[in-house]
Design a protein around this ligand. Structure first.
Ligand SMILES: N[C@H]1[C@H](O)[C@@H](Sc2ccccc2)[C@@H]2OC[C@H]1O2
Length: 328
């Protein structure tokens, strides 16, 4: 079969939320191709953490089973984290259903999750080797579902300030221009990692990024790239400054931003639209804006939602490849 759900952006496209039915309870969750744990806000949490969230209630599910003795502890790249215990239940994402999916029940969550009251947990869609459950590591929803899907793929169709979709088991070719360009994924890191060794600012010449690698991470808001890319890109933007106080590059909000093209697998240059790189104002007057492309001090670049808003992306773990094409 296949399953399709909406992907609704939070204010400012900070993250995208999708409905997941767990043991008959619908939870709006953040699909994260950069991690591999499915965890939920639930009634075990302190009342102050539960406030404002939809909290999964084990007692209201007739299919939930506790995995006695199992726990999880996850820390994310942005310093946030969650920890708790584990059970299994039936998970239905737009019709794609797994009957015995590990459901990680947070008993502690970091402040940024508590404050993000629209999100009630994460659905990890990276490779199961990154799953944090102990003593027995658990599989992701996609790993559990893939043999029952018509195709071992899921796709991300994320749209700037508009409702998009995640789909499991099918590739909707009406959602992208031309055909998908496929790149090999190196699964060693557990991420959807591919080679990304070149970039191009606007219509300029392609430049190399030594040893460039990148991961496709739907759970990261921005695009975090090599400092050389950041410098080359913002050198073309009048008034761009590296603003330590706000924590990255800002520029005048009325800037005409160039597109940024990045190599995917050595045979496709993914164009990221310049106007999507104007991420958000940092001041009340809306004169100074924060860039959607920022530096990361590592060779492993993180292509987050800023890229997904320009590119339709297919994740294939039948042959460990990633496909991209501009949105239709
Ligand atoms: N893969 C990403 C993950 O989904 C988020 S977890 C998250 C934290 C707070 C609010 C919303 C989500 C975090 O930022 C980058 C990396 O880690």
């Amino acid at each position: 079969g296949s399953g399709k759900v909406t992907a609704t952006p939070e204010q400012g496209d900070v993250e995208f939320l999708s409905p997941v039915i767990i043991g008959g309870q619908t939870m709006n969750m953040d699909f994260d191709s950069g991690s591999s744990d499915l965890w939920v806000f639930n009634t075990q949490l302190a009342a102050a953490s539960q406030a404002g969230h939809t909290n999964f209630d084990v007692a209201k599910s007739t299919t939930f089973k506790m995995l006695t003795g199992s726990t999880f502890t996850i820390s994310y790249g942005d310093g946030s984290g969650a920890a708790g215990n584990v059970g299994t239940d039936t998970v239905n994402i737009g019709g794609a259903t797994v009957t015995s999916q590990a459901i990680e029940l947070a008993t502690a969550v970091s402040a940024s999750f508590v404050q993000d009251t629209q999100s009630n947990g994460l659905v990890g869609l990276a490779f199961s080797k990154l799953n944090t459950v102990k003593p027995a590591q658990q599989k992701t929803f996609f790993d559990n579902a893939k043999d029952t899907l018509a195709m071992p793929v899921f796709t991300a169709d994320l749209r700037k300030a508009a409702v998009g979709a995640y789909e499991f088991g099918a590739i909707d070719s009406t959602k992208f221009n031309g055909s998908l360009s496929w790149a090999a994924v190196n699964t060693t890191s557990g991420f959807w990692q591919f080679s990304s060794q070149k970039f191009q600012v606007g219509t300029g010449t392609a430049m190399n990024v030594a040893g460039g690698q990148a991961i496709a991470d739907t759970g990261t808001t921005l695009m975090l790239v090599n400092a050389a890319v950041v410098n080359a890109y913002y050198s073309q933007v009048t008034g761009a400054v590296n603003n330590q106080t706000v924590g990255g590059v800002t520029f005048p909000c009325n800037s005409q931003l160039p597109d940024l093209s990045v190599d995917v697998g050595g045979n496709y240059m993914a164009v990221v639209r310049g106007d999507d790189i104007n991420f958000a104002p940092v001041d009340q007057a809306g004169t100074t804006c924060f860039g959607g492309v920022q530096a990361i001090a590592s060779n492993l670049q993180i292509y987050g939602d800023i890229m997904f808003k320009s590119q339709f992306v297919a994740f294939n773990n039948g042959n460990n490849s990633i496909g991209m094409a501009p949105h239709q």
